[in-house]
Design a protein around this ligand. Sequence first.
Ligand code: DX5
Ligand code: ZN
Length: 216
Amino acid sequence: MAIIAPSLLAANFLHLQQDCDMLNHSEADWFHLDVMDGRFVPNISFGLPVITQIRKATKKVCDVHLMIEEPEKYAQAFKDAGADILTVHIEACNHLHRNIQQIKQLGMKAGVAVNPHTSVDLLADIINDIDLICLMSVNPGFGGQHFIPHTLKKIKQLKEMIVTNKSTALIEIDGGVTLENAASIIHAGADVLVAGNTVFGSNNPTETIAKLKSLS
Ligand code: DX5
Ligand code: ZN
């Protein structure tokens, strides 16, 4: 059964408490929190003050996805804000190994996100040091985009690498996950599904989360 991580990027920011309560009472496992800086990606989302408040509104895992340049400058601040998992982009890190160690030393789980154009082969020398790989199935920056089908091949490749290396890293798929494609994504080897618009854009988000959760 996959871990379901709704992305709050698609939540209603005027009713954030209600959306958090909805997730708390749903079968959602994690809160996926997308931080964008307007430099690494061509969009700006929310940051530390919002995450600090969300932390107070839930006991579930806060899975923070940093789409920012120089993430090492802010790791401590995101720890203080309440992140349980901190994911940095491979494309934003010249010293990825150091960045991962920093995140783990701060007491968080460490994730690495890879853009659609980035080969999963680049993870070979870090696969045993990380807790999560976030495979971007859209170009990061915006919710509500279409799933890039090539991602399925990357999931299978990555799964093989994980098994071969006896890594415990989870595969998270982020972008364009729907009730229609979720089963094939899980079947390819994904452990965690991020879903923004599919959850928050539906008439009954709680039921949509339950449907995603029931797929295997
Ligand atoms: C995209 C973000 C995603 C996004 C997913 O840059 O990293 O987490 O919120 O949204 P949907 O599920 O709507 O594609
Ligand atoms: Zn994300």
